[in-house]
Design a protein around this ligand. Structure first.
Ligand code: 0A1
Ligand code: ZN
Length: 879
């Protein structure tokens, strides 16, 4: 906990380290009531920092210093200073060996940062600044060292002892103990350090790299989960192959390990050779995990594996550069998922997520550039802006360079910077140098926060056969950035003729048409492009594939949107036209208009279209989410948004009843006829089946209820069962609802991940009485406040996915959330800080709710000693 004023850290103050660490030798003695950490560091004055020997200042937090020696001379108490976050001493030469011994208490570490205990095992989480809770060190990513780690523990309780790199020695120790030594030959920053000790089981496989080396692959879990690893192992092998094929990147050690732990603050961590995963991001079986969960496992396994190059071999100079590894790696994992599944559906999911959540972040008090220039607590900057918008920025570079130019650029980047800690500028420079490109204006995407607006207008001249598109870009003010300079915005587009075909595209000054789908670079505040030889008034299809993370507006009529829904050659834009139409109609309903039946008719033709991928049909049938409608509103009225959407969904269900039943029955028939498979076509079929069931259940008819019950009872997989459960939970069939919830609980109460979904389904139900349900569930023994997955599943789902109940007019939802944050602030600051997000959005709501939300933020601020994590978000939200 913070006792002094929290300090802001600025990018402009960056200085290279005064000392470097050539070699790190660690010895851990793990016990039930304490852990001793002995460190031997071979240090050297950083030659780039000039002459003289300044004091050595090591990071260290919550460490009990037992001994310190410099070149084997034990230091006396007066020879060094221990302060809250540091150990300072005076070196006597350019190169020296520092030995320290400290005592730490992983057994009582509830923050889950540094070394901690999860279930029956010890594990670590060191990114970003957790290593300083393990030993005194230069805990910054530009200090890279080779590590040798010895772990000693009780043999019976901890038969498996792991760390980074290769196992080099092991043996017995006194008192029933044993030890193992691991050596990692690749220099790495301390944030990539990992240690695991436990009674674990593993599955093993092997992978032959393109150059013919065999790599052992091992995934470790607690014994009860051994049957849920096949999907992660398959995903790992596919990722390894894909990175060789698409980026030319091979794995570099002889062994690659993943360990699943139940208590983890994030999804997973890319520690060199020893990835540590939240069990929710590894474990999957048809019986216990949905299709979405299977796809999440595939994506996160890939993400962490891809970090071996984009993050580990080439790492970040400082934490302001976080998007260097995260934006790039998210872009890489999206490419992988796209290749393994339906590219259009993957893009739709990513864009819907970005527009709903990252755009909201960019419009709120925590808005920051992809490369932030200051922070109080770095843990608060593992954000959607750094990750998802960062990935969009890399995607734009890929669009501008084309796949081959981009690959030349990444090849140069990896070759030039292998083994280094670098910046986003180095990444851009490699792309520029490999292609002779100039991205100086483009780099504003890294420094300017906020979501740009792009307003487009058209002018057709029939006599001259010219068509002009005028683009006007602007970007709203964000904290610390009242004005912005124009961005480089790649706009992929096509022009449709009256039959819906793409017209050839020839710009003024060009000698011939250059295809019928192309990318224009909008670089000025206002810019006009003139197409020539245009035989008729066209309909523009703009920002295809969502080629830039902007809010585009064009004055489409509802007929034009319906036309694009049916004819656009770009699948993403067909979906997006439907979303824009639905947004217009729903916003009309929120303002009191009746439902425009053109939306219903457009969805009828989508639902009946057998030629469309069923996953696309499911996506197109889903109305924009409540959260997205909130994001689009100037001032959101939760009740009106929920009511309009529900009314529209009911009307669609009534009107499309027959075709929905037909699609439901044929999909459910197929599901019954074949055992579960997580293949793209089966996933697509189930998503349409479940979308149809969701609509049909709104009719509250016994026929739908029986279908849901049958699906719940008979299905052989969680995807179908959970959809049925959720449909019943959100229905008025009280008795059936209680029965299926109880049955589901009985069947799965020993499986924490399934219990997470059981909690979430109830926490997000919009039916009245939501808060009371959540409070009751907090008393259920399956709920554990110290477990982040449980907090997310219950409290997080209530605050983020239950619009009407969380925003209850009496402020009870806000008060409840603030109470939980105040408790969690002491237990786990990172989780407490993340839970604040919905309260930071107070400006979105009307005056009464604003006042209630602000009052809760103020109550948190006054509640006592705040962690730097919570302090930063609360104080910025109130500023
Ligand atoms: N680098 C990981 C994410 C991560 C970040 C911080 C953590 O603890 C505070 C844990 C994981 C990734 O991108 O997957
Ligand atoms: Zn990552």
């Amino acid at each position: 906990m913070r006792t002094d004023q929290p300090q802001t850290i600025y990018l402009k103050d960056y200085q290279a380290p005064e000392y470097l660490i050539e070699e790190t030798r660690l010895r851990f003695e793990l016990h039930d009531d304490q852990t001793l950490v002995h460190a031997e560091l071979r240090l050297q004055r950083n030659p780039t920092r000039g002459a003289g020997l300044p004091p050595l200042v090591l990071h260290g937090e919550e460490l009990e210093l037992l001994a310190v020696a410099l070149d084997d001379q034990t230091l006396a108490a007066g020879d060094y200073q221990v302060e809250a976050g540091s150990l300072t001493l005076q070196p006597q030469g350019e190169a020296f060996v520092l030995k320290t011994s400290v005592r730490i208490h992983p057994e009582s570490n509830t923050a889950l940062e540094g070394l901690y205990v999860s279930g029956t095992m010890f594990c670590t989480q060191c990114e970003a600044e957790g290593f300083r809770k393990i030993t005194y060190y230069l805990d910054r990513p530009d200090v890279m060292s080779v590590f040798t780690t010895t772990v000693e523990a009780d043999r019976g309780k901890y038969p498996i002892l792991l760390s980074n790199g290769n196992p080099v020695a092991s043996g017995d120790a006194e008192g029933g103990r044993h030890w193992a030594t691991w050596e990692d030959p690749f220099p790495k920053p301390a944030y990539l350090f990992a240690l695991v000790a436990g009674d674990l089981r593993s599955v093993e496989d092997s992978y032959r790299t393109g150059s013919g080396r065999d790599v052992t692959l091992r995934i470790y879990v607690e014994p009860e989960n051994i049957g849920k690893l096949q999907h992660a192992m398959d995903s790992l092998k596919k990722s390894m192959r894909w990175d060789e094929e698409v980026y030319g990147r091979e794995y570099d050690l002889d062994i690659f390990m993943i360990v699943a732990v139940n208590d983890f603050n994030m999804g997973a961590m890319e520690n060199k050779g020893l990835n540590i995963f939240n069990s929710s991001a590894v474990l999957a079986s048809p019986r216990t995990a949905t299709d979405a969960a299977h796809q999440r496992v595939e994506a996160i396994v890939a993400h962490e594996y891809f970090h071996n190059w984009s993050g580990n071999r080439v790492t970040c100079r400082d934490w302001f550069q976080l998007s260097l590894k995260e934006g790039f790696t998210v872009f890489r994992d999206a490419g992988f998922s796209s290749d393994m599944n339906s590219p259009t559906v993957k893009r739709i999911e990513d864009v819907a997520f970005l527009r709903t959540n990252q755009f909201a972040e960019d419009a709120g008090p925590m808005a920051h550039p992809v490369r932030p220039d200051h922070f109080i607590e770095i843990s608060n900057f593992y954000t959607l802006t750094v990750y998802e918008k960062g990935a969009e920025v890399v995607r734009m570079l890929h669009t501008l360079l084309g796949p081959e130019g981009f690959r030349k650029g990444t090849d140069l980047y990896f070759e030039r910077h292998d083994g280094q800690a670098v910046t986003c500028d180095d990444f851009i420079r490699a792309l520029e140098d490999a292609n002779g490109a100039d991205f100086s204006q483009f780099k504003r995407w890294y420094s300017q926060s906020g979501t740009p607006r792009l307003a487009v207008s058209e002018q057709y001249d029939a006599a001259a056969r010219t068509y002009r598109l005028t683009f006007r870009q602007s970007c709203p003010p964000t904290p610390g950035q009242p004005t912005k300079e124009p961005f480089v915005i790649p706009v992929q587009l096509g022009l449709l003729d009256g039959q819906g075909r793409d017209l050839p595209l020839r710009l003024e000054g060009e000698s011939a048409a250059q295809g019928s789908d192309r990318v224009l670079s909008v670089t000025q505040a206002e810019q006009t492009f003139t197409f020539v030889d245009v035989p008729e008034q066209p309909l523009p299809s703009l920002l295809r594939g969502f080629s830039a993370p902007v809010k585009l507006s064009f004055p489409y009529s509802r007929e034009q949107l319906t036309f694009l829904m049916q004819h656009d050659s770009d699948g993403f834009n067909r979906w997006d036209a439907g979303q824009q139409l639905a947004v217009q109609v729903l916003q009309g309903m929120i303002a009191g208009e009746p439902l425009d039946t053109r939306l219903v008719e457009a969805l009828r033709s989508v639902a009946a279209d057998d030629s469309l991928d069923p996953a696309m049909v499911a996506e197109m049938l889903s109305l924009p989410s409540e959260a997205y409608l909130v994001e689009l509103a100037e001032q959101a009225d939760p009740g009106a948004i929920h009511g309009a959407r529900r009314q529209a969904r009911r009307a669609i269900a009534e009107s499309l009843r027959d075709v929905l039943w037909q699609r439901y029955r044929s999909a459910r028939e197929a599901s019954r006829a074949t055992p579960y498979q997580a293949s793209a076509d089966h996933i697509a079929r189930r998503s349409l089946q479940n979308a149809a069931l969701g609509y049909l259940m709104l009719l509250e008819e016994p026929e739908a209820r029986d279908a849901a019950l049958e699906q719940f009872e008979d299905a052989d997989n969680m995807t179908e069962r959970l959809a049925a459960l959720s449909a019943l939970v959100n229905s008025g069939f009280e008795q059936e609802k209680a029965e299926v919830l109880a049955r589901f609980f009985e069947e799965f109460k020993a499986d924490p991940l399934v219990m997470d979904t059981w909690l979430s389904v109830q926490a997000s139900s919009p039916l009245p009485g939501g808060l009371a349900r959540v409070q009751a569930l907090m008393q259920n023994p399956v709920f554990i406040l110290k477990n982040p997955n449980k907090v997310r599943a219950l409290i997080g789902a209530f605050a983020n996915a239950n619009l009407v109940n969380f925003h209850a007019e009496d402020g009870s939802g806000y008060r409840f959330l603030a109470d939980q944050i105040i408790t969690l602030n002491r237990l786990n600051p990172q989780i407490a800080s993340r839970l604040l997000t919905p309260l930071t959005r107070w400006k979105k709501y009307g005056p009464a709710r604003q006042a209630l939300m602000r009052a809760e933020l103020e109550r948190i601020l006054a509640s006592g000693e705040l962690s730097s994590d919570v302090y930063e978000v609360v104080s910025k939200s109130l500023a």
